[in-house]
Unconditional design. Sequence first.
Length: 286
Amino acid sequence: MKRRHFLQSVTLGAAGLYTNQLFADFSKRKSLGVQLYSVRDAVSKNLEGALEKLASLGFDNIELFGYNGTFFGKSTSEFKSILNKTGISVFSSHHTTGFAMKGKGTLTDNWEKSVEDLHAIGAKYMACSYLFPNERTTENYKALPSLLDKSGSVTKAAGIQFAYHNHDFEFQKFEDTLVYDHILTKTSSDLVKMEMDLYWTSKAGQDPIKYFEKYPGRFELWHVKDMTAGAGEITEFGNGVIDFDRIFAARKKAGLKHWFVEQDTSKGDMFESLKTSVANLSKKNY
């Protein structure tokens, strides 16, 4: 089938339910997701083993990173087989722009093939994940909204929603606004949703709820990770100072559809850190 015909004909599948055997309080959830970057070292050593450990903690879906035409060196069929074995599904995937850091899987290098492959494994979202420091130029900031809209048009044809994931640099000044607001106002609200990283937004001194109120319905995905007092370092959910109860109370205004636990770094074993986050989350009704 020609790719253009594929993109016109495919549709988004429905997400399944799961049963969390370790934490009974999660049994009524539709899903519990994690950004796979959290366990990148384990993934590089043993992909299937890493997914099995995540499943044992109660995670049933993941957000990918590092797609480069393969899935961690695996073909689409090989990766689907691993997903089936571990009971893990792919809900979303991260991709860089390709402005300076070129490579397959970026928004500017045969994006249609990336979309085709992510659709084949059942992804519901694809997101622009990051601008490398050498890509944060006036020229690229001006070109970014158009690239995001174009990328979102391709994913929409495949029944996949496109999004943009932030760090803290997006809250720096750009012309007469902030980079983040520039992206929000210059992109289609239909084609480009936002994946708000609650840690990085808070780290930048911004209030997520103010953005939910200013741009209601745009924030369909969140990254949930906590921040230590004082140093402002990344820590396990519930071990920091971010008021998640307050933020989750505004989920309808935000337009939240799904959220992922993420922890970029840990002072100990990452799986133990994730276990702590899941244990603390089990006390909540998010």
